[in-house]
Write a protein that binds this ligand. Structure first.
Ligand SMILES: NC(=O)c1ccc[n+]([C@@H]2O[C@H](COP(=O)([O-])OP(=O)(O)OC[C@H]3O[C@@H](n4cnc5c(N)ncnc54)[C@H](OP(=O)(O)O)[C@@H]3O)[C@@H](O)[C@H]2O)c1
Length: 332
């Protein structure tokens, strides 16, 4: 079992004179927040939220300083909780890391027992972080859609923000669950990528005619939306009776201009997805469902970059610009 060194590296975020500053630091365990489970970190990832947190482009941290990284996966080296013992592989994602607690951009990570999830047997720590918070949100959306009787026979699932982290993993998970997908993207040049991860139909956002009718042609069985605004409104108006549309993100707009017709004439369901508010036992159930029933098959295409802690600062701007394709994994 690796022992914890006196000093180790982390990527820490601080506030100096109202400005967010972040970078590599050498710290000791005394500098890390309390928690029952200590991990030798193996992998983390970059989510849009990590870019907001590390650059200060969004107000994510509720206290300073904190280690960045909303996701972590690694091996338990110390545990005060009987459910976890040294040598166990554990994940924490969507549980306040880099928001109220120190996160996973660190060689050692200390987490609360309520944040720790046992790594499902079918996946390793790198795959777990390739999924990460983004993929967990996609998995939760599909989990909720299936609970609500979504079936492949109802038609293709439209995925917006398709080349992003949530969108890419959603397409892969839907394909491995037997659904056809239609990808909506702003990136005209990424057809090959989208096809390689399993989508069957691609719509370029710029060329879309969204119309203004209260109901449009019912062409989708359901949807997974990462962008909000007019696009989510159109997806709702274009979904078949009893179809489910999951709202995950707001990459374009937090507003939702809509009308009641999709709901009262077609019985369309709008499902909210918030991966942070779930109780831990529910999160564990969703992780098990992801690993057993919708495991992404195209992780090697979707992970477009693997970076080190030193390389983190160069990555965040691309997330803020929406130009990232797929998922970025951090090898710690
Ligand atoms: N609810 C939750 O629990 C949860 C969890 C994770 C993430 N999220 C949210 O989900 C969204 C996606 O996260 P992500 O990690 O996938 O981010 P990402 O990797 O940055 O991907 C977002 C994608 O949205 C599209 N996009 C960006 N700006 C846009 C705009 N102005 N108009 C239309 N499309 C735009 C782009 O895809 P194309 O170029 O292919 O169109 C982009 O790649 C974010 O809003 C994030 O905050 C929510």
């Amino acid at each position: 079992m690796p022992s914890i060194p006196n000093q180790f590296n982390c990527f820490r975020i601080n506030q100096e004179e109202d400005k967010v500053v972040s970078g590599l630091q050498s710290i000791s365990m005394d500098d890390v927040n309390p928690g029952e489970v200590t991990l030798k970190t193996e992998y983390s990832s970059i989510n849009y939220k990590d870019a907001l947190a590390a650059t200060g482009a969004g107000k994510i941290l509720r206290t300073f300083p904190l280690i960045g990284g909303v996701d972590v996966a690694g091996e338990v080296v110390e545990s005060d909780d009987t459910r976890f013992k040294p040598g166990d592989k554990v994940i924490a994602a969507c549980s306040g890391l880099s928001e109220t607690n120190d996160g996973g951009y660190s060689e050692y990570t200390r987490i609360s027992k309520d944040a720790a999830i046992q790594l499902p047997d079918q996946i390793d720590t790198r795959t777990a972080m390739a999924i990460g918070t983004a993929g967990f949100a996609a998995g939760l959306a599909i989990f909720k859609m299936k609970l609500n009787k979504q079936t492949p026979e109802m038609g293709p699932i439209v995925v917006t923000g398709a080349t992003g982290g949530v969108g890419s993993i959603a397409i892969d998970m839907l394909s491995s669950s037997g659904f056809e997908t239609t990808a909506i993207t702003r990136k005209k040049t990424h057809d090959e990528y989208l096809k390689s991860i399993g989508t069957t139909n691609i719509i370029c956002l710029e060329e879309m005619e969204m119309g203004e009718r209260p109901l449009e042609r019912a062409q989708f069985g359901g949807g997974i939306d990462n962008v909000g605004g007019e696009i989510l409104s159109w997806v709702l108006r274009s979904t078949v009776p009893e179809g489910n549309v999951a709202s995950i993100g707001l990459a374009a707009d937090f507003k939702l201009p809509t009308n009641v017709m999709p709901f009262i004439l077609r019985g369309v369901n709008l499902l909210g997805v918030n991966s942070t508010t779930l109780p831990n036992a529910f999160k564990q159930e969703v992780w098990e469902d992801i690993a057993s029933n919708m495991l992404p098959q195209k992780i090697s295409q979707i992970v477009t970059k693997e970076v080190t802690l030193e390389e983190l600062p160069d990555q965040f701007q691309a997330f803020l610009e929406g130009s990232v394709v797929g998922r970025v994994v951090v090898k710690v």
